[in-house]
Structure formats: C-alpha cells, structure tokens
Design a protein around this ligand. Structure first.
Ligand code: 2PG
Ligand code: MG
Length: 430
C-alpha cells in the first residue's frame, strides 16, 4: 500500500522542564495523521544530532523557532506528495536536505520529530499500533524490562551528587506488570526512608527523589535499604543500575567528584566503580568514564567482566559506526539507544543493528526533557529491544511511557506482558 503525505505541520509545544520543543504532525491523503515530539537531554554527548535552539533572551535561549521554520518550510516542501510508507527513503531525503554531519542546519529536533511522525502516520495508514508497524514480520513480541530511576543526581539535580541516575531493575519479576509493581514499592520505600531521615526534598528532573546525600555512596546505601524495606532480595529480585554520566565531571582523564571533594584520574575512577560493583548488587553501569576516555572505558569493561552491562551513552551517541568502533576497541557491551541522538528513525535502527551485530545488549532510552510522547516504548517493543529506560516512577511524562507498556501487553493478550528470559541478560546466567 501507499499513502501520500498531504501536509507537514511543525508547532511549538512544551516539555517536562517547561522548555519549548518541536512537535511535527503529518497528514496523509487518506486523512490519517501521525505526530511526534522531540525530547531533549541535559547531559549530552558531543556527537549527538544538534538540538537546534534560537539563543537570545526568550525562554532562556531555548526557543525553537528556527527548527519550526525548517519543518514548516523546507521539510514540508520536501515531504509533500511522498509515500509515507518509505521511511528509509524519506529519512535519507531529510538527512541530505540538512546536509551537515550533525543535523546542525535544520536541527536534530526538527528531524527526529518529523521522522517519528512519519512512522506514526505510516502505522495509522495501516490501522496498526506503531509497535506492530515497526515490528512488521515479527510475531514473538515481548515487553522490555524497565530500568527505573529512584534517586536523580548529576545534571538532573543541580549536581547535588555526582552520579546522575541511581536506578533499579526488577530482575526477578515474572512479567512487565510485576516489574512496575515492585518498582512502585521500592520508589515508595525510598521516599519513606528519606522522610524518616529528614532528607525528603521533592524530586529531581526525571522524577527520582532529590538526592540530599553527603556523598555518592550514601545514595547507594539508601537504595539498597529501600529495596530491602520494600521486601525484595537485593540482586536476586531487584538489582541496582547506575548512570554515572561521567562526561559531565570528567575531561582529559581527570574526574572531579564534587560531593566527595576530590579529583581522581581514570584508574582511580575505575577502582572506585569496581569497588561499588563488588559491594552492591549492581547489574548495569552506564557511562562509567567520560566520552573522551576510550582507554578508560576499555580497561573498565575488561575488569567489570561480561556478567554486567557496561552501557555506552555519550561515547556512542546512538551512532552505528561509533558502536562498531567501540565494539572493536572492547569498550562497553551495551548500547543506549536514543532516537534524538541519531536524528531519524532509520539511523536509530541502524545503531540498534550495529549493537546487535557486535553481540551487544541494547536499552531504548528517553531523555531528561520529555513529554507525553510515548514513541520510545513502541520502538522498544516493535524492534524487540529487551530493556527500557525512561526515568523515574513519578510525573506523567514518565508514567505515560510505563503505562503505554501495560496497554501494549494487553493488546498482545499477554497477562502482565512477557519479559525476555532472564538467561538472555548478561547477569542472568546462561
Ligand atoms: C542519560 C539521560 C537519561 P539526558 O544520560 O542517559 O537519564 O539523561 O537526557 O539528560 O542525557
Ligand atoms: Mg546516560
């Protein structure tokens, strides 16, 4: 089938941090529509597609009028009359229209909203949910295992602690719905512990509790206690995962730990993190070293071993050739997949394929600046990605995504939503 694009509209909407962002809405000859909203990161890798902002005084310089002009002008003219079913061809046309290596002319935000809107419109034209359209030809759908933030730190909490995401993964949950139930209990227990200790001070950017701790390890101790207080066995039922987001405080092999009031080198970082791996039930650790510290990432990955996920975010920026390079180097073993880092659906898919070709695990991820857009959940299910990271278990831009998974499980007629077998994860044991 084919269905022609009759209109492309870019409009300004607002994200979870109260900043402007780009929404693209595509209408087809059949009358079907598709729309998507660009998210935005706070701790960004330098090789990400450019999040085009206007600068100036309005809205802290974050306005997106130039990206919107691109959508409503050049991009609308390019896409008008084209067949919406040709995602790869349309993405390639968008990339060459932009003409820069980093999507800096039209804006990665303009492109990702448009590319995702094309996918939504194509799904609507077939009267399919997006996950089923993206997973065309597959029958073995499952839900991704949630990776959920309990304490938010780093750039998401005014650098109150250095580590950005203190997360849990309900590794022992029987299904997706149970993983959310266990997460809800741990999130609540963590809040109660904070209140008991007089440390409750609201939430950080992604909904995780504000990290009013004296140092990074205090956060880890609280997290462990929260898992126990909620009644789960740490490691067996609920494990810890971390996003160190080390690019934010490391450069040139030096790492400045503000809360611990010291500066350490790359080996010192490795040693500290390996100590945490030995003492806490951690199954995944993201960006343990900065994006400019390939050798540190290689050394850390070798020392951490294959039983834990060493997740690359800033180092690969959802880029297929960067993933291939990282795999050759032996740096990391898991790819964080963020559509707006790549800029189009096709490049996001290419990054996932590169990770799979390298034998890596993959995690689809949202950003710290989010909206009601739930496209990432559909990408994870449609493409058979085993894990999903969308921030904490609070605030509707996060809950919209966890809840969408429940609806998809129901559409699949799977009670609670099947999860990938435990043995298929690095920590699961073969
Ligand atoms: C990350 C994300 C999500 P940001 O670093 O993985 O936690 O943060 O969107 O700010 O880059
Ligand atoms: Mg990250």
């Amino acid at each position: 089938m084919s269905d022609r694009i009759t209109s492309v509209v870019g409009r300004r909407v607002w994200d979870s941090r109260g900043r402007p962002t780009v929404e693209t809405e595509i209408t087809l000859a059949s009358g079907c529509t598709g729309r998507a909203i660009a998210p935005a990161g706070a701790s960004t890798g330098s090789a990400e597609a450019v999040d085009l902002r206007d600068g100036g005084d309005a809205f802290g310089g974050y306005d997106v009028q130039s990206a919107l002009r691109a959508v409503n002008g050049e991009i609308a003219a390019l896409l008008g009359g084209r067949d919406v079913m040709q995602q790869a061809e349309l993405d390639a046309a968008l990339i060459s229209l932009d003409g820069t290596p980093n999507k800096g002319r039209l804006g990665g935000n303009a492109l990702v909203a448009t590319s995702l809107a094309i996918a939504h419109a194509a799904a609507a034209a077939q009267e399919l949910p997006l996950w089923r359209h993206l997973g065309a030809g597959r029958e073995d759908f499952f839900l991704p295992l949630p990776e959920v933030q309990i304490f938010g730190g780093g750039a998401h909490a005014g650098r109150r602690v250095d580590v950005q995401d203190f997360m849990i993964i309900a590794v022992g949950a029987a299904d997706y719905a149970q993983a959310l139930e266990w997460t809800a209990e741990v999130y609540r227990a963590a809040g109660r512990l904070m209140a008991d200790a007089g440390l409750l001070a609201g939430v950080a950017d992604e909904g995780g509790w504000w990290p009013a701790f004296d140092n990074n390890e205090a956060a880890l101790d609280f997290l462990l206690r929260a898992i126990e207080r909620a009644g789960y066995t740490p490691g067996q039922e609920v494990a810890i995962s971390l996003d160190i987001a080390a690019t934010d405080f490391g450069r040139g092999g030096r790492y400045r730990l503000a809360r611990d009031a010291r500066e350490i080198d790359s080996d010192g970082m490795c040693e500290m993190l390996l100590g945490w791996l030995a003492r806490y039930p951690i199954v995944a650790i993201e960006d343990p070293l900065a994006e400019d510290d390939a050798e540190g990432l290689r050394k850390f990955s070798a020392a951490a071993g294959s039983g834990i996920e060493v997740v690359a975010d800033d180092f690969i920026c959802t880029n297929a050739s960067r993933i291939a390079g990282a795999a050759t180097l032996g740096a990391c073993n898991t790819a964080l997949i963020k559509p707006n880092q790549a800029g189009t659906v096709s490049e996001t898919r290419a990054a996932l394929d590169a990770a799979r070709a390298a034998g890596w695990q993959s995690i689809v991820s949202a950003r710290s600046g989010e909206t009601e857009d739930v496209s990432v959940v559909h990408l994870a299910v449609g493409w058979g990605v085993k894990q999903l990271k969308v921030g904490s278990f609070a605030r509707s831009e996060r809950m919209a995504k966890w809840n969408e998974g429940l609806r998809i499980a129901e559409a699949l007629r799977q009670t609670g939503g099947n999860l990938p077998p435990r043995a298929s994860f690095p920590w699961g044991g073969a």
